[in-house]
Write a protein that binds this ligand. Structure first.
Ligand SMILES: C=CC1=C(C)c2cc3[nH]c(cc4nc(cc5[nH]c(cc1n2)c(C)c5CCC(=O)O)C(CCC(=O)O)=C4C)c(C)c3C=C
Ligand SMILES: [Fe+2]
Ligand SMILES: [Fe+2]
Length: 339
C-alpha cells in the first residue's frame, strides 16, 4: 500500500508527529494475512519464547493454519477504503494535522504491514523534517505494542546516516483528556440508548490481554488498564456493581491476564444481567479485535446464554472530535519548545 504524498501540506514544517499503530494485512486474503502474521509473530516483543522453540511452531503450524481463518475474519470487517484500523488512523492523522494548524506534519504508520514505519520516516526526512514525535497509539504501555512501535522507528534510525531529533510518547492511561474523551463517548452512547439501569444492566471495559508471564516480568500494562478503568468509572459515576473490567483476544495456550472477556460476559448472562454495554478503552481505533471479536462474536455469546438480553458495543474513539482534542492536547504538551 502506498503511503500518502506530502504535496501541498506543511511545505515549511520541519516537525512531524508519527502516529504508530499495530497494523493490518494489505488485503483480507490468506497470502497477505500470512505475510502480515509472519512479520507480526516473528517479533520477539510479541512472542517471548526462545527463537529455536518458537520459529518451528510459527512456520510449521501457525502460518499454515491461521492465515485462512484470520482472512475470513478480516473479510467480515474490511471496508471500501481498506482495513478499518488503517482507515481510522489515517483519518486521525489528517484531522490532527488540521487541528494543529498545519504547523506540524502528522502521519500514521503501522508497526507490521503498510504503510511501514521505515517508509513513512523516509518520506518525512525527504520532505525536510528534522524533528519527530513518535506517538504509539496505545494509552496503556505494553512492551508488545508501545515498545514494539518504538523499536521499529529506532531500528530504522540505526540504518540512517542523518537521524532527526526524536521525542517519544510512552502512554497516557491516566491523562485527564483521555479519561474525558472516553467518558464523553460513553455519555454520547447513553444519550441515544439510555443509561443501563442499576441492578439490571452493566458496563464492561474490555482491554486487549497480554500473557500473564509478561506482566510478571514487569510490564506495567495490567496496572495501567486497571487505573484507566477506575478513573473512567469514577468520571461516569458508575458504582462498583455497575461495571467490570476484563481482557480479550487471548492468543495461544499460555495463561493471559484475567478475567477473560468471554468468561465475564457468559457469567453476567448466566446471572441474568439484562443489558451489557461494552467499551474497549485500550483500542484507539476500531479494528478486527473490536468489530469482529466484540461487536459480533461476543454479542453472539451473550445472546446465546441470555437470548432476551440487550448488548451494546460502544465504538472506540476513532477520529471523533473527542479523540482529536485528546491527541492535540498530548501533542501540544509533548512538542513544547519545538513549535
Ligand atoms: C490494544 C493493545 C494490544 C495489545 C496489548 C496486543 C497484544 C498482543 N496481540 C497479539 C496477537 C495478535 N494481535 C493481532 C491484531 C491486533 N492486536 C491489536 C492490539 C493489541 N495487541 C490490534 C490493534 C490489532 C490489529 C487488528 C486489525 O484490525 O488489523 C493479531 C492479528 C489478527 C489475528 O490473526 O488475530 C494477532 C495474531 C499478541 C500475541 C499480543 C501479546 C503478546
Ligand atoms: Fe493484538
Ligand atoms: Fe485477536
Amino acid at each position: 500500500m502506498a503511503t500518502s504524498s506530502f504535496k501541498n501540506d506543511c511545505a515549511m514544517a520541519d516537525t512531524a508527529v508519527l502516529l504508530i499503530n499495530t497494523g493490518s494485512p494489505d488485503a483480507p486474503e490468506a497470502d497477505a494475512v500470512r505475510r502480515y502474521l509472519a512479520e507480526f509473530l516473528s517479533d520477539p516483543r510479541i512472542v517471548e519464547l526462545p527463537r529455536w522453540q518458537w520459529m518451528p511452531i510459527l512456520h510449521g503450524i501457525i502460518l499454515r493454519t491461521r492465515p485462512a481463518k484470520s482472512a475470513k475474519r478480516y473479510q467480515g470487517v474490511w471496508t471500501d477504503r481498506g482495513s478499518p484500523l488503517i482507515v481510522h488512523c489515517s483519518d486521525i492523522a489528517q484531522k490532527l494535522g488540521n487541528a494543529l494548524g498545519g504547523k506540524v506534519i502528522v502521519r500514521a504508520a503501522m508497526r507490521y504491514g503498510n504503510p511501514s514505519v521505515a517508509s513513512v520516516i523516509d518520506e518525512l526526512c525527504a520532505a525536510g523534517v528534522r524533528k519527530i514525535l513518535l506517538f504509539p497509539m496505545f494509552a496503556q504501555y505494553a512492551s508488545q505494542t508501545s515498545a514494539a512501535c518504538l523499536d521499529a522507528a529506532f531500528s530504522h534510525f540505526s540504518s540512517l546516516r542523518c537521524i532527526p531529533a526524536v521525542r517519544t510518547i510512552r502512554g497516557y492511561h491516566d491523562a485527564p483528556e483521555y479519561i474525558d474523551a472516553l467518558a464523553s463517548t460513553v455519555r454520547a452512547h447513553w444519550a441515544k440508548a439510555g443509561r443501563p439501569e442499576k441492578g439490571r444492566g452493566r458496563t464492561l471495559f474490555s482491554f486487549h490481554g497480554i500473557p500473564k508471564k509478561s506482566s510478571a516480568l514487569g510490564d506495567p500494562y495490567e496496572a495501567e488498564c486497571r487505573e484507566s478503568a477506575v478513573l473512567l468509572a469514577a468520571a461516569l459515576g458508575l458504582e462498583a456493581d455497575e461495571w467490570g473490567l476484563s481482557f480479550q483476544s487471548r492468543f495461544g495456550r499460555d495463561e493471559w491476564l484475567q478475567p477473560y472477556t468471554i468468561d465475564m460476559v457468559r457469567a453476567w448472562g448466566d446471572e441474568g444481567v439484562d443489558r451489557i454495554d461494552v467499551l474497549c478503552p485500550g483500542f484507539s481505533a476500531d479494528c478486527l479485535e473490536t468489530i469482529e471479536e466484540i461487536d459480533d462474536e461476543l454479542r453472539g455469546i451473550y445472546l446465546s446464554v441470555h437470548p432476551d438480553g440487550v448488548f451494546h458495543y460502544i465504538p472506540s474513539l476513532n477520529a471523533s472530535n473527542a479523540a482529536i482534542a485528546l491527541y492535540e492536547a498530548i501533542v501540544r504538551r509533548e512538542l513544547a519548545g519545538w513549535f
